[in-house]
Design a protein. Structure first.
Length: 137
């Protein structure tokens, strides 16, 4: 796009994506700072959601169509390997968030059967506490 004027619709579209990404990051920071009583459950959810929000913001600013190898910005930040790696990490964080939530829901309701589906996912992803059990909060 060197030497050419950028289409107004493209500018509006990119500006909207950037504004929404900034809003999401700001909302995440506000929640992280304003919530008291940080439990291990809260800290885990905050970390996982922070990765997801950050990667979504990054991918909003550097949009690309991987299969067709098209990108808006010709920079190393638009590389397919970087974008797919970041997206995979964010998707794993989202899946872990869901699994941690279901595990927590299982403990709150006392329905151990609800937790069985998350055990295989969490067993290789979450560290053990000093007592050798999974995070309970």
């Amino acid at each position: 796009m060197v030497g050419k004027a950028i289409d107004r619709r493209l500018t509006l579209w990119l500006g909207s994506r950037a504004a929404l990404a900034a809003f999401n990051v700001g909302l995440w920071v506000w929640i992280a700072r304003s919530t008291s009583g940080h439990t291990p459950y809260f800290e885990t959810q905050l970390l996982l959601s922070g990765v997801y929000v950050g990667v979504c913001g990054f991918r909003s600013l550097f949009p690309r169509v991987d299969l067709e190898r098209r990108c808006l910005w010709d920079t190393w930040l638009s590389a397919i390997l970087l974008g797919r790696t970041a997206a995979t990490i964010a998707e794993l964080c989202f899946a872990l968030q869901c699994a941690v939530f279901v595990q927590r829901l299982s403990k709150i309701t006392g329905m151990r059967v609800v937790d069985l589906g998350t055990r295989s996912c969490l067993s290789s992803s979450l560290p053990r506490s000093s007592a050798g059990t999974r995070c309970s909060h």
